[in-house]
Design a protein around this ligand. Structure first.
Ligand code: COA
Length: 326
């Protein structure tokens, strides 16, 4: 029997910081409103010439170093992103070129903010099948590039970043215990970028109507996310027979501290089991969970044998949970 374990983690956020106070000067908002409604204090924003793959490369290099591997050891790169460098080739192929991972195949996964857990599940299954040994999983996004910076309902929420994990194979029972993925395309209009694809290709009209930016029904997503993540965590715990109380850490998609607190309250999860990075980075989409995991790992807080639960939701709608024994 083969098992998939996380051999290394990495993350990267760009240098430029936009604080809530800076946003006060750009739109009709306040630091107080943003902090109390979302938990966000500041976010990091990519430069104009910095693409998603540039952030992903830095996270990948850090994860490879942590795992003690070279780029040439990789046999697969799976990148979760909704802000690819371009429609095609995939961002995974861009990363492969930039880190010179000559033996690796590469492709992208589109599952919005749940993308990291979708990529983790695909990588886990490919390792368990015996087909691949060393897989780089990336969650990388530059939402700032598709954010309408005049829309106070959305622009206060997002930031840019990348996170990475290296999946490896071993015989000992360790690593990914289970993943559960869910989608409901009937709710696709709750969160989307309406134009730029085959349905509404870029035109003068789509640009004038600001259709290349994220549109969102924030209130509806808020309620759906709480219910979806609560149920996904319950499903994960019951499927492997681990009581929720026995889980050591809960790494949530970092979208809003009020959403995280509401799930924690429903499942009686104490605050000290929930690492947060949202205050520093905002919602970095696919990157938020691997960034949070990397900080937990590099700060020496997670120990061998600890059970880590991941839970995410995002556009699609999609949601997911995973359990990992460290
Ligand atoms: N600054 C100040 N006021 C703002 C504001 C801002 N940036 N954005 C909205 N408001 C106003 C609204 O216009 C509204 O005013 P009104 O009552 O006069 O109409 C008021 O604040 C309350 O708005 P509401 O949308 O009810 O706030 P909320 O408590 O639901 O918080 C979100 C809004 C977006 C923070 C919250 O709904 C949320 O986080 N939703 C989930 C979004 C998400 O996670 N998306 C990504 C999924 S991966």
């Amino acid at each position: 029997m083969k098992y998939t374990y996380i051999a290394g983690t990495g993350s990267y956020v760009p240098d430029e910081i936009i604080s809530n106070f800076a946003l006060e000067k750009m739109i009709d908002t306040s630091d107080e409103w943003i902090r109390t409604r979302t938990g966000i204090v500041e976010r990091h924003i990519a430069r104009k010439d910095e693409a998603t793959s540039d952030l992903a490369v830095k996270a990948a290099q850090s994860a490879l170093e942590d795992a003690g591997l070279e780029a040439n050891d990789l046999d697969l790169i799976i990148t979760a992103t909704v802000t690819p460098d371009m429609l095609f080739p995939s961002t995974g192929c861009m990363v492969q070129k930039k880190i010179d991972a000559r033996k690796a195949a590469a492709f992208d996964i589109s599952a919005a903010c749940s993308g990291f857990l979708y990529a983790l599940e695909v990588g886990d299954q490919l390792i368990k099948s015996g087909q691949y040994q060393n897989i780089l999983i990336l969650g990388a996004d530059t939402l700032s590039k598709i954010t309408d910076w005049t829309d106070r309902n959305t622009c206060i929420l997002f930031g840019d970043g990348a996170g990475a994990v290296i999946l490896r194979t071993r015989e000992k029972e360790q690593g990914v215990l289970c993943s559960h993925l869910y989608s409901d395309g009937a709710m696709s209009e709750m969160l989307q970028v309406p134009a730029g694809g085959s349905l509404r290709p870029a035109s003068e009209e789509t640009v004038q109507n600001r259709l290349h930016y994220i549109t969102m029904k924030g209130n509806e997503i808020f309620k759906t996310a709480i219910k979806a993540m609560t149920e996904a965590i319950e499903q994960a715990a019951s499927s492997v027979g681990i009581p929720i109380d026995n889980i050591d850490f809960f790494i949530f998609h970092q979208a809003n501290t009020r959403i995280i607190n509401a799930v924690a309250q429903r499942l009686s999860i104490p605050e000290n089991k929930i690492p947060l990075t949202i205050q520093k980075y905002g919602n970095t989409s696919t990157a938020s969970m691997p960034i949070t995991l990397d900080e937990l790992n590099k700060n020496g807080k997670v120990h061998q044998g600890d059970i880590v639960c991941f839970a995410a939701f995002g556009g699609g709608l999609t949601w997911a949970s995973s359990l990992v024994r460290w």
